[in-house]
Design a protein around this ligand. Structure first.
Ligand code: PHE
Length: 344
């Protein structure tokens, strides 16, 4: 019996030398370890005929050979899978895997860019509550309760009824203009404020999202007039959209500015000639105007001594106009679909 085991070992050693491919290895494994007709299985069957005293010893020797074969085959498998790897799939010289790196959302990118531009001409960044009193959002801006102009702001109300005599109910601020009187109340003049913040309106469709961003400029000093407003807006437009763009002021109406304007910017696609995208060469950008005396009074500022201008625009809207992005549904910006977000 011992001889038979030894013969089998020699046979295995000889067979190993012939193995060149994975297929060879498989048939080797089958030939020696196969459950039904493997050489080792056959050998084990012969144990039945061995005298009782010798069974244990033969069994051990046969098992030892089996272990040797199993180990050798698994080694060979590794070698075949990694030809130069010394059995390991590890090459220290390979460049590492690059992990995907995120980036700022385009609204954040635009906010930083806008803040930087205004910072160079002395505007200081401010932020005021997103959950705001009716007073600052409307009342102090020359829009008394029940004034129909309020309807334009599609406001989310937090309280059903006024909960404070002066302040009224709480709202989600529908525009950054709610920061105007808060800024004045700080009591420091002159003012050059840049308030960039989230704003909320009850509108959702292809061109509206209920949460968006606005940036609001407010300047108050002695002898401030419309030329300052126009110069400031033009400076921003040329920096943000490009030096070839120009603006025009179109008369408009807001309760908190007098006179009020809508700012148009020359169309970047047709260069002011008129095209499908624009209205006769102009694109509507946003509102602006000279601060209404009643608003100055609400902020404790004497309108006989001081005057100012304000403008408040949508961040997303500006960004889309700048990039010429033809997004036909603005809601995509906030859907967190990486296929969209990763393009900016
Ligand atoms: N708050 C106005 C809006 O949301 C814009 C505006 C700001 C107009 C400042 C004039 C002055 O539409």
């Amino acid at each position: 019996m011992n001889d038979k085991i030894e013969v089998l070992r020699q046979e295995f050693v000889a067979a190993v030398k012939e193995v060149k491919t994975a297929a060879d290895l498989m048939s080797l494994e089958n030939r020696f370890l196969g459950r039904k007709r493997g050489r080792l299985t056959e050998l084990m069957k012969e144990l039945k005929g061995v005298p009782k005293q010798q069974v244990a010893q033969f069994g051990q020797t046969a098992n030892k050979l089996k272990l040797e074969i199993v180990e050798k085959i698994s080694l060979l498998k590794n070698e075949l899978a990694n030809p130069q790897g010394g059995g390991f799939d590890l090459d220290y010289t390979l460049p590492g895997k690059a992990f995907p790196i995120g980036h700022l959302h385009l609204a954040s990118q635009a906010i930083r860019e806008i803040a930087d531009i205004f910072e160079t001409i002395g505007f200081q960044r401010a932020r005021y509550p997103e959950v705001e009193w009716d007073y600052y959002a409307f009342e102090a801006l020359n829009m008394p309760a029940d004034h129909p102009a309020r309807d334009e702001w599609e406001t989310f109300f937090i309280d059903r009824q006024p909960i404070n005599k002066k302040m009224g109910q709480r709202v989600l601020t529908p525009h950054t203009s709610s920061g105007q009187v808060r800024e004045m109340e700080k009591g420091k003049l002159p003012i050059r404020m840049m308030n960039i913040s989230k704003t909320y309106r009850r509108q959702i469709d292809a061109s509206h999202v209920p949460m968006f961003h606005q940036f609001e400029g407010l300047v108050i000093d002695k002898d401030i007039n419309i030329t300052h407003l126009k110069g400031t807006v033009e400076y921003f437009v040329k920096k943000f959209f490009g030096p070839e763009r120009t603006i025009r002021l179109r008369p408009h109406h807001f309760k908190f500015t007098e006179p009020s304007f809508e700012v148009d910017i020359s169309c970047g696609v047709c260069d002011g000639q008129g095209c499908k995208l624009c209205k006769q060469g102009w694109l509507e950008l946003a509102g602006a105007g000279m601060v209404h005396p009643n608003v100055l009074k609400a902020g404790g500022i004497d309108p006989k001594k001081y005057s100012g201008f304000a403008f408040g625009w949508g961040v997303e809207r500006c960004y889309m106009m700048k990039s010429g992005l033809a997004i036909d549904d603005i809601r995509l910006l906030y859907k967190n679909d990486l296929r969209v977000i990763n393009q900016f």
